[in-house]
Design a protein around this ligand. Sequence first.
Ligand SMILES: Cc1cc2nc3c(=O)[nH]c(=O)nc-3n(C[C@H](O)[C@H](O)[C@H](O)COP(=O)(O)OP(=O)(O)OC[C@H]3O[C@@H](n4cnc5c(N)ncnc54)[C@H](O)[C@@H]3O)c2cc1C
Length: 411
Amino acid sequence: MNRGPRRVAVIGAGAAGMMAAIFAAAHGAETLLLERTADGGRKILISGGGRCNILPARVDERRFVTDSSPNSLRKLLRSWPLAEQVAFFERDLGLPLVEEQASGKLFPVSNRARDVRDGLLALAARRGARFLPNRLVTDLVVAGAGWRVLFDTGAPLDADAVIVATGGLSVPKTGSDGTGLAILQRLGHEVHPTYAALTPVTDDAEAFASLAGVSLPVTLTARSEARHASAGGGFLFTHRGYSGPAVLDVSHVLTRAREMDRCTASLQVRWSALDEDGWTRALRAKGTRSVGTVIRGELPERLADALMAAAGVAPETPLAQLRREPRRHLIETLTRGELPWTGDEGYKKAEVTGGGVSLAELHPRNLESRRAPGLYLCGEVLDAFGPIGGYNFQWAWATGRAAGIGAALGG
Ligand SMILES: Cc1cc2nc3c(=O)[nH]c(=O)nc-3n(C[C@H](O)[C@H](O)[C@H](O)COP(=O)(O)OP(=O)(O)OC[C@H]3O[C@@H](n4cnc5c(N)ncnc54)[C@H](O)[C@@H]3O)c2cc1C
């Protein structure tokens, strides 16, 4: 029997699939990259506001979220250390990166997400992978020792190994609508319930609608009966509610409480770097200064005024006349204020999907499915996501590379 090069079909030309195709081809596989849209990599194009926050400058593995074993997650992530990923982009892709000091995020020096998407596709082609756009995969069936890939139209295609890199459910207009997850579930994989993550939070009551446009760094804590998350970083009042990195980073606690746990969750905010002691000192009587002068000195004026109104303290109150109970209430509002919320923007705006195929379904060595030999999984289809800051591409690159090598080498 002619055993030529292994034939590997990669489904989905997103971040994970492109990386998988590059490494499968580099390891000698005859590689096909199948993509439902006309171009692929659409999330890369819209990432980081069109600049593509390609990686974090430093990684805190504890910030990843999974319902699978955190140990498995760490193992997969460490299979391609951050420094080697940076070297790959700079050396192999010829794309110098630069750190945005304030955020610790890495961007291409060109600040163009398109350079990342086009560069990955070009490298995949140089390594010998064939890109087939406008191919919607509808199912996978076992065929002999390999797999048959079925499409909505046209002839099926046979492969020795298939890499599923179809992403999750977020921002469906980019091409990721959960088809891959449904196929994997049908093939017997345990799929942990999915939920929108890194998504803006809404408040139908519009309690703070007049503050739309105000932004500042805060510390947020979301807490439900089942879980909690805290994040520090940018916060933005919008016309519909709240956004910004800190809000996105804790939003999964709220979306899960609403959709899955059927319980309520609270959103608490510390509006500045000052904690209770800090505010107690700042609000000590000093000459003729008023409460308003102090609070407006620390926070954007419109927010300062709204918070003083919420705490029932008049801004012109001299510090010397601020009584104990209103002072306590004001400090509580400033350090542990409850933010009213009623919902979230869901998958429409979610930067990632939480949940997905359990990491226990994979051989951590090569990301081959334990349920369906010859099938390899990578990227957002798996049960893991990280915070804002390049973490989610880091996951896609690491797992894409491992699945590409695994599928090319087999066994
Ligand atoms: C607005 C936005 C901004 C973001 N910014 C950043 C950022 O700056 N940094 C960061 O780290 N992360 C960012 N992310 C998250 C990041 O984009 C994702 O984590 C990452 O793209 C996931 O890669 P993936 O390849 O697993 O999935 P995807 O990128 O979703 O790719 C899946 C691909 O599979 C294709 N596909 C799906 N089903 C089929 C099918 N049945 N047949 C054929 N093809 C199929 C899709 O068309 C798509 O091209 C952002 C996300 C969004 C939405």
